[in-house]
Structure formats: C-alpha cells, structure tokens
Design a binder for this molecule. Structure first.
Ligand code: BYC
Ligand code: FE
Ligand code: FE
Length: 486
C-alpha cells in the first residue's frame, strides 16, 4: 500500500504515515497531544492565540502541477493542523555513506545504533520548541502585521518539526521514546533546572533584529543539520528531514529579507538626511533607524553563537555517526568520493603562535568542522545580498562575518580571545573592546526603544522597509493577522 503521498487530513493528527491503521502509535500520539497544546498555550506566542492568522499548512508532501504542497488560509494558531509528514518513500534506497554503504536503507532502528540515533533525534527535537519559547514575546512588538504573520508561520512550523521528531521517537523507540517525547515538553529555553540541550537555544531573542538574525543564522544551522540527517541510512529519519527542509526555506527567507529590509530602511533614511558617515551613530539613530555598525554587532553575536551549535571541530561522535550511516555530510549525494573517507584529510584552522594555520586531520574526525565551513559559505551568500542592498543605496559600508574563532564557547577556539578580524588578544584587551564587537547595553536599549507595535494593515515601523515580495501574492494592505478584540 502506498499511503506515502496522500495525507490523511481528516484524522485528529493529519499524517501520511498510516496512523489510522497503526492504533498503538496513534494512541501514543493522541496521549501526547494535550500536553503539546498546554505547552503551546504556556510557552508559544504570548497573546494572539484567538486571532485569525493567514498561515500556510502542509497538505501534501510534494507539489504536483497546480496542486501545491501547502494551502494558505486564516487559522487560529491553537487550531493549526500540526501533521506528521514524511517525504515520499524512495524505492530501493541504500545507505549512502559509511561502513554500511550500499546496503539497503533501514526501515527499522538497527539495534547497535539505537542509542546514537535516539540522541540525534532528541537533540534535533529539542531545538524546535526551544526556538518557539525564545520568540514568544515578539508578537506584541511586531513592526507590521506582515512580519507578525511570518513570525507565527515560523513558530507553528517549528511546532510541527517537534511533532516530526516525536513521531520518530514514539514509533521507533517504544517506551524510551515516549519518555523522551515527554521530556521535550518539560525542558524550557533559559531554565536553570531544565534548560534546552544546546547553548544557543537558551539565549534570548529580545527584539526583531535578533529574530531576523536568528532565522538567518540559527535556522540555517537547522538547514545544515537537516541536510546531513536527510542523508541518513535510517530511512524514516531521512524522509522526515527531507520534508522539514521544504518548510525551512521560508525561515531563512524571513531572516535574509528581514535584515535586508532593515538595512534598506537605514540607508534610505541616511540618504534623505544627507548623512554619508555610517558611523555617525547619534545622527543616524535620531532618524529612528538602526545604524549599520549595530547591525554588524548583532550579526557577530548570532553567527558566533550559531557556530557553537556545530559541536567540536574534532569529534569522535561525528565520526561514529558517519561510520554508522546515521548522519552524513552536507548534500552527501552530490559529493564525488568514496563516501567512507578512507585516508581522507581535512584542514582545520588552528591557533599556532601569533595566528592561525590550516592543519590537516583525518576527515572522519573533522566532520563537524566541515559542516560548519559549509554553513559559513552558505551564510556568505546571504551577506553578499545584504551588501548589495547597501551598495545599491549608495552607502559605503560592508557587512561581514567575523573570524570563526571570535567569541566561541565550544571547540578549539573556546579559550581564546579573538577579534572579529582574527587577531589574538589578551582577555583584558578583548574585554576593553567587547562593546565595539558585540551589542552593548546601550545598543540593546536603543533597539528596544524602537520595538513599538505597528498593527495597521500596510504600515511598517520606522526602522524597516516594506517587503518587495509578498506571501501568496497578496496586496500591500492585506490584513495578515486579524487581531481579536482584546
Ligand atoms: N551546546 O563531539 P562533540 C535547528 C555536547 S538547529 C551544548 O563536540 P557532536 C533549529 C555534545 O552533545 C539543528 N552541548 O559534538 C534551528 C556532546 O555531549 P555528550 C539542531 C554541546 O556530538 C532554529 C559533547 O558536547 N540539530 O534545527 O559531534 C530553530 C561533545 O560533543 C554543544 C542538530 O544539532 C552545544 N552547542 O555534535 C529551530 C542535529 N555542542 O554526547 C530549530 C543533531 C556539543 O558527550 N545533533 N555539545 O553528552 C548533532 O548532530 C550533534 O549532537 C551536534 C553536536 C552537532 C549538536
Ligand atoms: Fe525546525
Ligand atoms: Fe526553522
């Protein structure tokens, strides 16, 4: 029976995994559901839960002709149809890398890899609700209804990504899986007693510039990790991640265009006021826009926090995940080598004397670093587009990514004090200059002072330009969120 492409949309939990004929798993998920809704009401977006939001919901796992994979409609967030959707099953798929290269892909969990696989799925699952928790207060200060809608779209989809991992846990890991699914609803971003698992997911997302930087950088870590897990020899994980990636593209669109629009507005205001010097902070801030150096500091912060999410550059965990066929490289299928990395090496930037040097290591141990480097390349494509917006506006300034050793907490560079340009400093020298490189208290206060809601259809806050493209071709004054009466 090929259920794979038809989504059962009448079920309590929409799905294309045949839950109707899998009563045990269906009951397990139905039991988890109320706890999820409680979590959403407690930790999801603050307010707006009774407002009608123009949201995209996945209804198919692939687009066919005029039938798109998603539909758009007004929905109250708690009534969003969070579904379990896996990309279509590929016939005769084999393990694409590692020691089991070429063997049939696993449809069940290989016993020897059970613990490793569970850990990967739990870590992936933990990040999804964490990001919703981090973003929960942003709706109240949205710079437009359009941006508010995009925030909520990202939030409900991260909620769906949690469902995706919980399905894998419940379906393939029995009792342990059910326990882990419960824990995913218990941990809280930033909590002392039960924090989220990875560092960056316990940081705050205090304002909209942070939100756009988070979706640009941190959701892009999501993309990189999902791409690697989409290669997995454990076929249900691969199919799950492949479908999640279709949603993830929008999250990165929100981040990239969000920052672009802020940059555009700043440059436009500078030009109108006849200000040429991008460092004339006082004059630029008097215009009610965010000066470019402050945008650079936010980028420095979010990029460095996100680099930590790749783990240590040299990692036996990563080598084991790869050898086992569980987690591959970025777009493994497009790489042209033995897919086992026998005798291969990879160059890592290491601290030597006064500076940094590339040092070769066995490629198997350097997989986290390789994925991190692929991430940096992908980020740079977006940064280029930000710089084009600045150049197009005739302002002389370039945004850039800081050195990989800048402001790190994990891996080879964690004990170093390095400037964004890559100079190695003493701790005291670094501290003196910290506020030139990372958002200072006064930068944060200034940005916070701009975070005033603009809820009139078609209107935008002073510090962000109107978008050039609109979701689903809607007109400029479209009411993306119909605010419920308070
Ligand atoms: N914070 O060998 P090591 C997303 C731990 S984002 C705290 O260096 P490994 C999303 C590590 O667990 C994508 N702990 O690293 C984005 C290990 O602990 P154990 C999320 C850390 O294991 C936006 C020890 O240190 N998905 O989807 O190779 C919005 C030594 O580890 C951290 C994934 O990450 C840290 N930063 O790699 C919504 C994919 N880094 O085992 C969603 C699944 C390391 O000794 N996860 N540790 O107790 C993985 O592939 C790997 O676990 C990691 C770490 C890449 C995260
Ligand atoms: Fe996600
Ligand atoms: Fe995401």
């Amino acid at each position: 029976m090929t259920l794979d492409n038809t989504v059962d949309y009448d079920a309590l939990i929409p799905n294309n995994v045949g839950l109707a004929s899998d009563p045990k798993i269906r009951k397990g998920l139905e039991k988890w559901h109320p706890g999820y809704i409680d979590w959403w009401m407690d930790m999801g977006p603050e307010g707006f839960q009774t407002s009608d939001v123009y949201l995209r919901t996945a209804v198919r796992v692939e687009s066919k002709g005029a039938d798109k994979w998603a539909v758009f409609d007004f929905v109250k967030m708690p009534e969003y149809r969070w579904g379990i959707l896996l990309a279509p099953h590929a016939e005769n798929r084999t393990v694409p890398f590692g020691e089991h290269l070429g063997e049939p892909a696993w449809q069940e969990v290989p016993g020897e890899y059970r613990a490793m696989l569970r850990r990967l799925i739990v870590i992936q699952g933990d990040t999804e609700p964490a990001s919703v928790e981090q973003q929960r207060y942003l709706g109240t200060t949205a710079p437009s209804l359009y941006d508010m809608r995009n925030l909520f779209q990202v939030n409900v989809e991260e909620g769906r990504h949690l469902w995706a991992m919980v399905y894998l846990l419940q379906k393939y890991f029995g009792r342990d899986g059910r326990e882990e699914a419960g824990e995913l609803l218990r941990r809280r971003s930033g909590s002392e007693d039960a924090p989220r698992m990875l560092g960056a997911f316990n940081e705050e997302t205090p304002d909209w510039l942070s939100f756009f930087m988070f979706t640009f950088f941190t959701d892009r870590d999501g993309k990189m990790q999902l791409e690697s897990l989409a290669q997995s020899g454990f076929d249900p994980l691969s199919r799950t991640c492949r479908f999640m990636l279709t949603e993830e593209a929008f999250h990165m669109f929100v981040g990239e265009t969000g920052v672009t629009r802020i940059v555009q507005r700043t440059c436009e205001a500078m030009r109108e006021a006849g200000i040429d010097d991008p460092y004339d902070t006082e004059a630029i801030r008097a215009l009610g826009v965010i000066d470019l150096p402050t945008i650079q500091k936010k980028a420095n912060l979010h990029y460095s926090l996100t680099l930590d999410l790749f783990g240590s550059e040299l990692s036996t965990n990563a080598a084991n995940f790869f050898n086992a066929g569980l987690k591959g490289r970025y777009r493994e299928h497009r790489l042209d080598d033995d897919h086992q990395l026998r005798g291969a090496t990879y160059g890592l930037l290491e601290h030597r004397g006064e500076g940094f040097e590339l040092v070769e290591h066995p490629a198997l141990n350097a997989l986290n670093c390789r994925l991190r480097d692929d991430f940096t390349d992908d980020c740079n494509l977006g940064v280029k587009r930000w710089n084009k917006a600045i150049a197009d506006a005739g302002v002389e300034f370039e945004l850039s990514l800081p050195h990989v050793a800048f402001h790190r907490q994990i891996g080879l560079h964690r004990d170093l004090f390095v400037s964004p340009a890559g100079e190695i400093l003493s701790e005291s020298e670094w501290q003196v200059r910290r506020d030139d490189w990372l958002p200072s208290t006064s930068d944060r206060e200034y940005i916070e002072s701009l975070m005033k809601p603009e809820f009139r259809p078609g209107r935008y806050a002073s510090w962000i330009a109107e978008p050039r493209t609109r979701i689903n071709h809607k007109p400029g004054d479209f009411e993306w969120v119909k605010l419920a009466d308070a």
